[in-house]
Design a protein around this ligand. Structure first.
Ligand code: GLN
Length: 245
């Protein structure tokens, strides 16, 4: 019985190495002797919610988002079904923006989102680029999220949508509110690229644990030796803090 990871439209939504997030989930499963199958959903294909244990949506340029928006919206019933069944969704930057109602880019073009999360994104006059350090409270503990961001979009969360975390260095959702990303149940959106998961093993295992639970595989996951990942995360955190000075 394999754990099924589904990257959505990776041929278009995988900017700044976001495809690395798929590899990290896959490898952290294999290190635990969990059989895993990665089944990319190509543009034009339909998601089968019964065949997914984790869904990943990467980032993209404005034009790539506009290219996939209509097809992604057609996947909303399947996405809602998967989410209701406990399948985690991890959406990064452009993918995160498409979780919301719409994204208005710098040309004024409105790209419709899935509406899966109550959020809106409007591009600002400049791009928010740099290393980012975020404090995340999850399952009763405080974790550090590190990486880099490169987005014109400024995302505003609806009143009932919690941010993923609090920006300690960098811009986050809008460079004003101090909020970064969103979390609604097992749906996580974030602006953090890198790719995100190699330097944030705690987040990788959070998503992987949810996916295993959905598949009926044993949880909690056996701990891995993350010393190398922690060294990388520490270096990334220092970069973000140094940039703030
Ligand atoms: N095109 C979107 C923006 O500029 C998302 C960019 C991205 O995915 N890195 O905000």
């Amino acid at each position: 019985m394999s754990l099924r990871i589904v990257p959505v439209y990776p041929e278009l939504l995988s900017i700044y190495a976001d495809r690395g997030n798929v590899r990290v989930l896959e490898q952290r499963a294999r290190w635990r002797d969990i059989n895993v199958a990665v089944s990319p959903l190509p543009l034009g294909a339909d998601l089968d919610p019964a065949e997914a244990d984790a869904i990943l949506i990467g980032g993209g340029q404005d034009r790539d988002q506009a290219l996939v928006a209509e097809a992604l919206r057609q996947q909303v019933p399947a996405l809602r079904s998967a989410i209701a069944d406990g399948v985690p969704v991890l959406a990064v930057c452009g993918g995160y923006q498409l979780l919301g109602h719409a994204y208005r880019d710098q040309s004024g073009r409105m790209t419709p989102g899935t509406g899966l999360v109550d959020l809106e994104t409007v591009a600002g006059p400049d791009r928010l680029i740099g290393n980012v350090l975020v404090e995340v409270e999850v399952e009763g503990r405080v974790e550090r999220l590190v990486g880099f961001e490169n987005h014109a979009g400024r995302t505003t969360l609806g009143p009932d949508v919690a941010p993923l975390g609090r920006v300690l260095a960098g811009a986050g959702n809008d460079a004003v509110s101090g909020a970064e990303g969103c979390r609604v149940g097992r749906v996580i959106g974030t602006y953090v690229h890198g790719p995100l998961l190699p330097k944030n093993p705690w987040l990788a295992d959070l998503v992987l644990g949810w996916a295993c639970e959905h598949r009926g595989l044993p949880v909690p996951l056996q701990p891995l030796d993350d010393r190398l990942e922690q060294v990388a995360a520490e270096a990334a955190a220092r970069l973000a803090l140094d940039e703030r000075r």
